[in-house]
Write a protein that binds this ligand. Sequence first.
Ligand code: ATP
Ligand code: MG
Length: 445
Amino acid sequence: MTPTQTRIPAETHGISLNDLSDNARFVLERLHEAGFEAYAVGGCVRDLLRGRSPKDFDVVTDARPEQVKRLFKRARIIGRRFKIVHVVFRDELIEVTTFRGGDVAEVKRADGGMITRDNVFGTIDEDVWRRDFACNALYLDFASGELVDYVEGLTDIQSGRLRVIGEPESRYREDPVRMLRAARFAAKLGFHLTDDSERAIAHCRETLADISPARLFDETVKLLQGGAGRQTVLELKRLGLLEYLFDGLATWIEPNDPASDWDLIEAVLEATDDRVAKDLPVNPAFLFAGLFWRMLGRHRIHWLHQRVPADDALVLAADEVLGVAARRLMIPRRLAEIIRTIWALQPDLERAAPAAGAKSPKTLTDEQRALIDAPWFRAAVDFLCLRARTHEVDASVCEFWRKHAPERGSEEEQPVEALKPSDFGKKRRRRRRRRSGGNRQKAGA
Ligand code: ATP
Ligand code: MG
């Protein structure tokens, strides 16, 4: 494809290098001073053009990963399939990629066309064809402040259009996660997928089964905690993608069917969107506990019918439900433990609360005090209160515990409760360094 580059001057496009974070500007400047090309690219440019503050900043350059690494004190190369450099700052991580290039046809692929290794470097006018959507393929040039557009990305942003670059079906087959990204961007930005970008999903969605459960988990967290989780789940459902994330659950998510699990799941997603909007910490355990709660209930009833004691039935059901979830998503063990704890606390909290209509006692019982001190008590109460909202539990039970558990994120919040998405997501520094960086970063374009 012959690339035609349009350069839009700063006065026309209206965003400025000053809109970038200090760290992003520092990275761009360093690259520029070392004689390299340096651009801010992707979601940050898109979001700035829409007048939104970006979630993070991505940088692209002609410097090779090793050259980038040498320029910064705290930088490391991660990834195998797709090498990138993480430049680490105290509270921010800037991802620096080198222009992808070469002949896309020669990139190493699995049988179905999926790209398995992709470290051929190139120039900006090769890189652009490797990006996913036109609205994500705008480059802000540090040298001139100009916007570089090859694919009418600016028009798409202005008109709210989500369009795969190139031939949608082969682009989805190269990297099936792009279909999930389509749902995420459509929901989050309120953009409309073009007809061919949408139609191709129906032909390609099965290839999602080839994505590793580790990467799928990371993507799922981004889908649900991106700030528009409710809308994203509806979009995934509409596009027929939900079942590739949640085995056996997708059929229970039916917005128009009051007998489905949707009312509770919607409440959990809305609560999460609300917290993201307020910049409060969000805990994926809370989300997953909510998503699978009703399913847990169905499994639990099965065991109760087998005359298994109630507490054991809950443990067995939790094993089963998390086992089913693990077919698609690799839920980290630490997270699974928290999910179990939130679940296990539900019947305890219901049992230990004063009966509905009873006067609130002056002193707490030993059992009540023990529950208040239990790990994940606040998250469990938050969840209990969502269940009260959907009339699963009496409102008085929520009110009683709420008195002892200010909502998560309030001033009384214990640090241990304040799990950030970064504890599970990709963008910031992980506490434990993985040896090779694994394959959990974004895919090779
Ligand atoms: P967000 O606001 O979620 O950060 P983003 O568009 O910046 O959205 P990133 O995952 O940060 O998404 O990726 C940065 C850029 O890298 C994208 O805008 C896109 O140009 C490119 N990219 C990321 N993932 C892929 C992919 N799977 N295929 C092709 N291009 C991709
Ligand atoms: Mg980004």
